[in-house]
Design a protein around this ligand. Sequence first.
Ligand code: 5GP
Ligand code: ZN
Length: 113
Amino acid sequence: MTECIFCQIVEGDLASDVVREGSEWLAFRDSNPQAPIHILIVPRQHIASLEKVSEQNSLLLGHLLLAAKTISQEQGIGSDYRIVLNTGEGAGQSVFHLHLHLLGGRALGWPPG
Ligand code: 5GP
Ligand code: ZN
């Protein structure tokens, strides 16, 4: 079995609270939420980080962002939400399978930590 936990979630080998899915991506609740709504949107394909993305993945990136928009509306936070894409350990990336964080449901400060 793959060591990547998000690949395991995509394959259904690791349980998750799925909120929506598309042919190329899966969206599920973060197990350690930082806001009332905290959802991760991950490509089904294993890509370690944004640094590993190429031109070939342009459409996929667009689909991930559009999924975030759709889910924000479904979750009732469509007017105020934040999308985060941590890239690299120094920026807080801890799971090396590309993912967007969709955060909302509370006031979000700026700048982020
Ligand atoms: P990163 O720090 O890489 O940007 O974000 C990884 C996120 O994955 C963290 O917010 C963390 O709480 C979440 N996470 C880690 N392991 C699991 C898991 O097994 N299930 C779910 N649903 N979320 C996870
Ligand atoms: Zn993976």
